[in-house]
Design a protein around this ligand. Structure first.
Ligand code: EPU
Length: 420
């Protein structure tokens, strides 16, 4: 149970300018990738979030020299002293992306023992496809109690994913970057952070081609050198801010984002009647009319992201008409809508489909965040609702959004923490 709750007094349009932090899902891939380097790396524009701090602890325990300045969003990592290959369960279960330590350590020293990952309870979340990729590259993999043990010299091969996996694609890239020979990843994920990881690996001297398409070709190299690298802005934070601006019928300019990463969301907002204008590295979102209901089906990039489905479906509870939301990636990502029924939302849920009947008003109520993006969705709900919304278990939100209360307050929102 968290020691605080979030209180939001809703009904105030968000107005003004804000900025996007560095990407969570790119940071959690790029930080472990430093283990592949033979020299010091400097990472910039890292989001100041809990998942990044957990990785600082894990790399430190492995023996790396890590200097992290959360305010400056900068981390200097010297991986040369790393001698260990074990990440115990107590550390691995603090976040989902700890499984990238498997690919990174296999790539570094041909051996890894990593406890099972934790992360949001949004479904079953197996990682059989990661294990299959490691085996294809030459590892023997054993699941022993709470840990996964993998060992073997990485040798380039054809890795075919029978279904797309973001994490599996990243792990295969990490394991293959220094493998002997060439690796081709077929049916690879195409998310922006896959491209960012490829760019980081290439900045260290790797040869990764085709990231952002469904075929990634990697020529294994013997050594990777140091690099100074700035991670890309967070696609999901950008989208969450866009949705919050639209949902409160506000007018917000979001700076420091990459508008081309947002096409799927932008198209849906335009369909709803929201005004979206794109600049080189900024997006302005304005609402001047009632929102039309729209249908959403989540898909891998460049489709509509599952991570934005939750804030988006929260907004649709007040659209004019019925919306159908189909969550195809994770089986348990509609729980925020059940919470929102207490706020007056009219929703029917059948398996992974939600039928949302738009209502003119939502009303503040106590609700509980069940995962990171559910928490973000409840923040959107609270910002829209009349009266006070209390969000319990808000620490989920801090895991993935940097200083969200400060950013929203600066746009006029009434949101603050209260100790329990
Ligand atoms: N899956 C398997 N076996 C595997 C791997 C995945 O069955 O070995 C299934 C999953 O259960 C899921 C689907 O395949 O149903 C897709 O999973 P994927 O591997 O693509 O997702 P992930 O790597 O676990 C990352 C992000 C998620 C994001 C998804 C989809 C990170 C650390 N996590 O998860 O981010 O929702 O891709 O885009 O990058 C979040 O940020 O809130 C979050 C959950």
């Amino acid at each position: 149970m968290d020691s605080y709750k979030l209180l939001i007094t809703g009904g105030i349009p968000l107005v003004g300018e804000t900025y996007v932090s560095g990407g969570k899902n790119t940071a959690v891939a790029v930080i472990p990738a430093v283990l592949l380097s033979d020299e010091i790396c400097v990472l910039e524009n890292l989001p100041d979030i809990e998942d990044v701090r957990v990785l600082v602890d894990i790399l430190g325990s492995l023996g790396a020299k890590v200097e992290y300045d959360g305010k400056a969003r900068r981390m200097t990592i010297d991986p040369r002293p790393v001698a260990g290959y074990q990440v115990p369960y107590q550390q691995s279960q603090r976040m989902r992306a700890s499984y990238y330590l498997l690919g990174a350590l296999l790539g570094r020293c041909g051996q890894a023992e990593v406890g099972y990952p934790g992360g949001c309870a949004i479904g079953n979340r197996p990682f059989d496809r990661h294990i299959k990729a490691f085996r294809t590259l030459g590892a023997e993999v054993e699941e022993k109690g709470a840990v996964i043990y993998a060992k073997g010299k990485m040798v380039g091969a054809g890795v075919f994913f029978d279904a797309i996996t973001v994490g599996g694609t990243i792990n295969a890239m990490l394991a293959a970057a220094k493998a002997e020979g060439n690796t081709t990843i077929y049916n690879a994920a195409k998310e922006p952070h896959i491209v960012d990881l490829a760019n980081f690996l290439n900045s260290m001297g790797a040869s990764v081609k085709g990231a952002g398409t469904d075929t990634i070709r990697i020529r294994g190299v013997k050594h990777l050198h140091g690099s100074v690298y700035s991670v890309i802005p967070d696609q999901i934070e950008t989208g969450t801010l866009m949705i919050a601006a639209a949902a409160t019928r506000g007018d917000v300019v979001i700076r420091g984002c990459i508008p081309t990463h947002m096409e799927a969301l932008t198209a849906k907002l335009l369909e709803m009647g929201v005004q979206v204008s794109e600049m080189d590295d900024a997006i302005r979102v304005r609402t001047v009319r009632t929102h039309r209901a729209v249908n959403i089906k989540t898909q891998e990039y460049p489709g509509f992201p599952t991570d934005l489905q939750q804030p988006m479906s929260a907004m649709l509870t007040r659209a004019n008409g019925d919306s159908v939301v189909i969550e195809t990636i994770f089986e348990n990502r509609l729980k925020h809508l059940i919470e929102m029924q207490r706020m007056g939302a009219r929703v029917r849920i059948l398996d992974q489909t939600a039928i949302i009947e738009g209502v003119p008003e939502l009303y503040g109520a106590p609700v509980t965040a069940t995962d990171l993006r559910a928490g973000a969705a409840l923040v959107v709900a609270g910002l829209m609702a009349k009266g006070v919304t209390e969000i319990y278990e808000p620490a989920f939100i801090a895991r993935g959004y940097e200083h969200i209360e400060d950013k929203l307050q600066a746009l006029g929102a009434k949101i603050h923490r209260e100790d329990l």
